[in-house]
Ligand binder design. Structure first.
Ligand SMILES: Nc1nc2c(ncn2[C@@H]2O[C@H](COP(=O)(O)OP(=O)(O)OP(=O)(O)O)[C@@H](O)[C@H]2O)c(=O)[nH]1
Ligand SMILES: [Mg+2]
Ligand SMILES: [Zn+2]
Length: 292
């Protein structure tokens, strides 16, 4: 029998479960069961009560502003960061999402949607920055179909989660890939930003095997809870240099003998990524930072 997977968690210990036959049920969590998130696998079920969850092999955390990190999606292996030329990408938010993947032990793939728009020319430089960090990049357009077959191949038989700014087209891609009918909405006419259409993380089976989870657009967030050393490790291209710093507890800021700063001076680490790391360490609210 196929696995029984929690497709969404609604609070008040209410979850939606997809049974082995693809049918959806609303269930409650039994008293002995801890918090459940989308992607959890149910191994014990008594009527409409979940009595046991399988041990998770991965857990994507959500690092919201001003709070403790909270679990967001279980058992996914790859994080698909969706960008678009419109709404304008926010590099600090991209760095936040990539670091979140690294901290949660997931591989990250960047997908740039809406590639048919002429505004693509404005984001090429930014894309080069992330390619240099080693992140694979796929261009696609849910509107005109470019790159969608490749995206399908990338997701086939795997458990993946879509993450990114509101309005980049996560749910539009999900609908195409899974045949779901999730709500999608145009950008606000006033400020050309997304309008936060998707409200809860929701999983959908892919037609040829695997699952795809659609997350609400990232709102405010912060990595200020993460210890400096751990956060530096989450900036993938810093890793080869971290152990070469003079001080073991180097924060890669003003310390003498910092190998990360030296690598940035040689052009091996982008100054924007280094600055983003430093800001992530201290800011309790990314949005407050961006609006300051
Ligand atoms: N031009 C263009 N528009 C697209 C493309 N893909 C999606 N859109 C549009 O972008 C808008 C936002 O799409 P959504 O799928 O709702 O975006 P989302 O990322 O799920 O947004 P949230 O749920 O708010 O996080 C909609 O009007 C889509 O029709 C594309 O490839 N090209
Ligand atoms: Mg959505
Ligand atoms: Zn250093």
């Amino acid at each position: 029998m196929a696995e029984r997977i929690i497709t969404a968690s609604f609070g008040h210990r209410l979850v939606e479960l997809c049974d082995g036959d693809g049918q959806l049920h609303h269930c409650r969590l039994g008293a002995g069961v801890g918090a459940a998130v989308a992607g959890d696998v149910v191994v014990g079920l008594s009527g409409e009560m979940v009595t046991e969850l399988r041990k998770r092999h991965s857990l994507l955390m959500r690092f919201s502003a001003g709070g403790r990190p909270r679990p967001a999606v279980a058992n996914v292996e790859q994080l698909v960061l969706v960008l678009a030329p419109m709404p304008t990408p926010l590099p600090r938010l991209i760095d936040h999402c990539l670091a979140t993947a690294e901290l949660s032990g997931l591989t990250a793939q960047i997908v740039i949607n809406k590639c048919e728009l002429s505004a693509m020319a404005d984001v090429e430089q930014l894309l080069t920055r992330y390619r240099r960090c080693g992140y694979p990049l796929l261009r696609c357009s849910a509107r005109c179909g470019d790159g969608l077959a490749e995206l399908q191949r990338l997701l086939a038989n795997r458990y993946s989660v879509l993450i990114g700014q509101s309005g980049v087209g996560k749910s539009t891609l999900l609908n195409y890939l899974t045949g779901a009918q999730s709500n999608t909405k145009p950008l606000s006419a006033k400020n050309r930003r997304g309008v936060h259409t998707t409200a809860v993380t929701q999983g959908h089976p892919l037609p040829d095997g695997g699952w795809l989870f659609d997350m609400p657009g990232i709102q405010d967030c912060s990595l200020a809870h993460v210890e400096a050393r751990q956060l530096a490790q989450a900036f993938a291209e810093f890793r080869p240099f971290i152990d070469q710093c003079r001080f073991h507890n180097c924060r890669h800021d003003q310390e003498p003998g910092c190998a990360v700063v030296a690598a940035s001076g040689r052009g091996e680490i982008s100054p924007e990524r280094l600055e983003s790391y430093r800001q992530s360490l201290r800011t309790p609210s990314l949005i407050a930072d961006l609006e300051a």
